[in-house]
Each structure stands twice: as C-alpha cells, then as structure tokens.
Design a protein around this ligand. Sequence first.
Ligand code: NCD
Length: 310
Amino acid sequence: MGLAGRDVISILDFSRGELEELFGLTDRVREKLRKGDLGKPLEGSIVALAFFEPSTRTRMSFESAALRLGAKVIGFTSEEATSVAKGESFADTIRMLDSYSDVIVVRHKYEGSAKYAAEVAEHPVINGGDGRQHHPTQAMLDLYTVRELFGRIDGLTYMLVGDLRYARAAASFALALSLFAPKTVYLVSPPLLRMREEVMDVLRERKLPVEEVEDPAEVIEEVDVMYVTRIQKERFPDPMDYEKVKGSYRIDLELVKKAKSSLKILHPLPRVDELDLRLDGTPHAAYFLQAALGVPLRMALLLSVLGVGV
Ligand code: NCD
C-alpha cells in the first residue's frame, strides 16, 4: 500500500483513495482480531510514543494497537519525565527516539511540532496532535466511525458543535470531510469560538458546503452526524476570553429529541460539561464506539506506514 514510509502530519496529506484503502485494511484487521488469526505482524518493531501533552485515548490506543500487532512500545507521557526538563531541545529528543524506534507518534502543544519532528527524524512521524492545528489520526477514526455507522461518508449532513477555534479535532474533521462529498456541514459555535479564518479559507477553497450557525436548534432536524467538542480551556491565550464562553453551549436530551431518530453523536473525548450524560443511554451516542475504533484504525495505520501487510 502507498503509505509505507510516509509521515502523517495533516489529514490533507492523504487522498480519498488512500483513506478508503486504510479503512478497508481496518476492516480486515478487525476481522482477523475476531477470528484470532492476526498473528504478530509487527514483531521486532518498536513504536515510540513522544507525548509532550496530556492524552488518554490517543496514547493508549496507539499503545494498545502496537501491542496487539506484536510490536514493543517505548516513550514518555510528559515533558517532565524527559531531559527536556533539563533543557534538552525538542529536536534532540526526537533524534534520540528516531534511533531507538521504527516510527514515532508525537503530541505537542505547539503547532508545527510534528512537521518539525518529521524533518528531523528518518523514520515515519505520526502527528498525535500539534497545538490547535492538526489531529489527523483522530480525523481518520472519525471518518471510519461514520462509515461504520452509515455505510458511507458522502451525502450526509454534518454539524460540528463547540470550540471550533481551538479544537484541533474539529478542524481536522472538517478538513477530512473536504476530501469527501457531504451534503452540508453546519459549523455551530459561539462567536468567539468560530472556526479560524485560515481553516475556513481551506474549506472554501476545497468547496466544502459549509454554513456557520449560532444556534444548533435552527438546523438540528436535518443533521445525520453531530460532532461535539469541549472548550479547549488550555489553549486560550486570554483567560478572560475563556470566562466569557465557559458553559456557553451544551447538547442536551431536549435538543436531540428534535433530531432524526438516526442521528449519531460523535465526540473525540474528553468531555466536560458540553454533553448531557443522559444521551449516553440513547441510540444516538456513538462516542464510545468511536473511541474503541481508534485501536483497529491505528493498527491499520501502523501497518501501513511500516509497510507490513496482513
Ligand atoms: C482531543 C485532543 O487531544 O485534541 N482528544 C483526543 O485526542 N481524543 C480532543 C480534546 O482534547 O478535547
């Protein structure tokens, strides 16, 4: 497959065809897991997890993916645990990991950090989230989840709700949708948290049918997939701005009652207070399935970038 040796920095580095191939491989991986005949295709490989920023799902699902494939995992979960705390540079840290492993997954609070790591490292670098910018593997698993639920990604109406300004998962999902042909993509956020112009420019250039809306109730009846994100408190340059928007949106059972019975709700998680817990027990809730699918999707991705077939 064409992804061998490739870095994974932005979802737009991939074509629709490449993503469809990845989804097909994810299906095969799941089937083999079910049958118990996957074997250990990555035995002898080492996956490095360089997490300079907190993470639960991305880090642990990559770790689980690597272990299920028979690879070994090295890495760290905070800067404090590395020599960065002694003043070592990001580039030197990546250089070391590059010589200790076959592929590096990086998460960092700065935009552009994964791209920079890819310039320094010989082995493939996978972006596990760089600041507010990109989160390509999340976007891959989000699309895969929609495909799993609806059998297709095209022709559906999407609503992205919440902090569209600072949530890299939302930006990456919108960019990912621009590789497909959704019917409409509604962007719903308080004015202070609208999608950044630089992302909107790309979406418009790629002719994604986007429409900005302030109140989800206006369009809820049309929506097939609702994608919710939490307010990214840690990314606000001005804490006063956070105070202004804190608690400003919440998806609750009352709103969802007006939706199609087939509506599915996705959320990259973690959630804080933006999603009514009473939704968990409804057929709309797809966020735990979404989190679970992160493992086989990332298994398929590791196999692809390491050029190993199953
Ligand atoms: C997201 C992230 O880190 O960007 N989480 C994740 O990877 N599943 C979303 C978030 O932190 O809100």
